[in-house]
Write a protein that binds this ligand. Structure first.
Ligand code: F6R
Length: 305
């Protein structure tokens, strides 16, 4: 009976929600909006009992998200929240909850909670695809197999952190760091910039690759490291052409890609970070690991708290 989904949240959760939008629209063929709760709650958006609202919150207590949830509820929408904290207010006020079970987030920056929020989004997307018959059994098996391989693949990345540490030493004097990505690489870029701000107290921005020419390119010079998220997918060539535009302005490219991507475009980059090849929709979870580590090691090098 649902004809629209609205995902509402703040901060990191927004980036997970944006990945959720891309996955749910593709796998479930249903329109999905992603909204910042702090905007949504104040603008009287249009929704009704045929809308499914998905609030995402690690703590389950974020006031803007809670107020947006209450507004949606007052309009008759169904609420399925994605929360990490058992029994939190957002969880209690929802019709149903998908708990992410990441364990408590100790630091301010959301890391493992973000990873589990992505998995929750994949599960919701798969379930909708299964119910609406927009995904075949085989497709569901393939996605589930990719998701179940994630722990081993994350381990693989964690074993190769040394080049990352090396790269972050070079960041120390940068005043600004940019992240670029396309498709779900775009929310991954937003997440990378958010983590750098929060951990290393640096100016960082994430952009959709296609937007580079519409303004951000003006920021690029030899002092600006640009982290390019470029899995070898059907948009790879387009992302590589963004990378070339950055290099033409002497920007320093750190390419994050899989083996094929690194082989094809890596020699032109200032630094390279290789991650295992996965289904394009799964890349945010995998690529966010080196991105979180970049922020962490930059913070260590800079001596921030
Ligand atoms: C970023 C971060 C914040 C939270 C935001 C929402 O690393 O942790 O941006 O994502 O404050 O908090 P929760 O998820 O508790 O609603």
């Amino acid at each position: 009976k649902i004809d629209k989904i609205v995902i509402i949240e703040c901060g990191t959760d927004f980036n997970a929600g944006l990945v959720g939008k891309y996955a749910i629209e593709k796998w479930g063929n249903i329109p999905v909006d992603v909204e910042l709760a702090s905007e949504y709650r104040y603008r009287e958006p249009s929704l009704d009992e045929k809308t499914l609202v998905i609030p995402i919150s690690q703590s389950g207590e974020t006031m803007d998200t809670l107020m947006a949830l209450r507004y949606a509820k007052s309009k008759g929408a169904k609420i399925l929240s994605v929360c990490n904290t058992n029994g939190s207010t957002i969880a209690r006020e929802s019709d149903s909850v998908l708990y992410t079970h990441a364990g408590p987030e100790i630091a301010v920056a959301s890391t493992k909670a973000f990873a589990t929020q992505l998995v929750a989004m994949y599960l919701i997307g798969i379930e909708i695809g299964r119910k609406l018959h927009t995904l075949t059994k085989k497709e569901i098996e393939v996605i589930c197999e990719e998701v179940s391989q994630l722990p081993a693949r994350v381990e693989q990345i964690l074993e190769t952190v040394e080049p990352l540490r090396e790269t972050t030493r070079k960041f120390k004097s940068a005043e600004s760091i940019l992240f670029l990505g396309r498709h779900v690489g775009y929310p991954t870029a937003l997440e990378g910039a958010l983590k750098l701000k929060e951990l290393a107290y640096m100016h960082a921005e994430g952009f959709a690759g296609g937007e580079l020419k519409h303004g951000p390119i003006a920021l690029i010079d030899e002092n600006v490291p640009v982290i390019v998220i470029a899995p070898h997918d059907n948009l790879f060539e387009k992302t590589v052409s963004n990378m070339q535009e950055v290099m033409a302005r002497k920007g320093k490219v750190i390419l994050i890609s899989d083996r094929r991507g690194i082989e094809q475009a890596g020699n032109k980059a200032w630094a390279r970070i290789e991650v295992p090849a996965v289904d394009p929709f799964i890349t945010p979870l995998l690529y966010s690991v080196p991105i979180q580590l970049l922020a962490y090691h930059t913070a260590v090098v800079k001596g921030t708290d």
